[in-house]
Ligand binder design. Structure first.
Ligand code: HEC
Length: 148
């Protein structure tokens, strides 16, 4: 149980950092770090390394959804140039394709939120069914839009 609370604390801390920073590159990276924390918590529960609880499942899904809904706001013109970004220039060259990846991420997380109900997915199988499609969207966007 301790691990679960730690993971949730990490997600919350990263999300707060994202809101207080004033630099779009730092903000989108902080959001993706929170996203990575939520995905790590999800994977840990799916593998049985962390005890599943509906509350933890809901926390992970809520964090993923929050990233999906806000991440696209942090790619203003010129923010492809930072020394410290792995965002691909293709995001600005082909914004429609990037939007399409974002839309897939958003609809997957929205469906997961819907499946969570008020208390979170009731058991691990319900959680896997809800979050599995969300985790599938990470790779497809990174392949096209994140520089290795
Ligand atoms: C719509 C596209 C998109 C989706 C979907 C997406 N990512 Fe990302 N991700 C990016 C981009 C672009 C970057 C690079 C941001 C930068 O360096 O400015 C990134 C960076 C990251 C990073 C590195 C952050 C850092 O500190 O540099 C992690 C971790 C990450 N993503 C995890 C995930 C996980 C986990 C998922 C799925 C739950 C996911 N991402 C879904 C586009 C996406």
């Amino acid at each position: 149980m301790k691990k679960t609370f730690l993971a949730i604390a990490v997600i919350a801390a990263s999300a707060t950092a994202a809101l207080s920073a004033d630099d779009p590159i730092a903000q989108r990276k902080a959001l993706m770090q929170a996203n990575g924390g939520a995905a790590g918590l999800s994977a840990g529960m799916m593998k049985g390394e962390i005890d599943y609880s509906p509350a933890a499942g809901k926390a992970a899904i809520t964090a993923l959804h929050a990233t999906a809904m806000t991440f696209g706001d942090f790619f203003p013109e010129g923010s492809d140039m930072g020394a410290d970004t792995k965002a691909s220039p293709k995001i600005w060259e082909d914004p429609a394709a990037f939007e399409a990846e974002l839309a897939k991420f958003q609809s997957a997380t929205a469906a997961a939120v819907q499946a969570s109900g008020r208390a979170g997915p009731a058991d691990l199988d319900a959680f896997k069914a809800a979050v599995g499609p969300v985790l599938g969207t990470c790779k497809s966007c990174h392949e096209s839009f994140q520089i290795k």
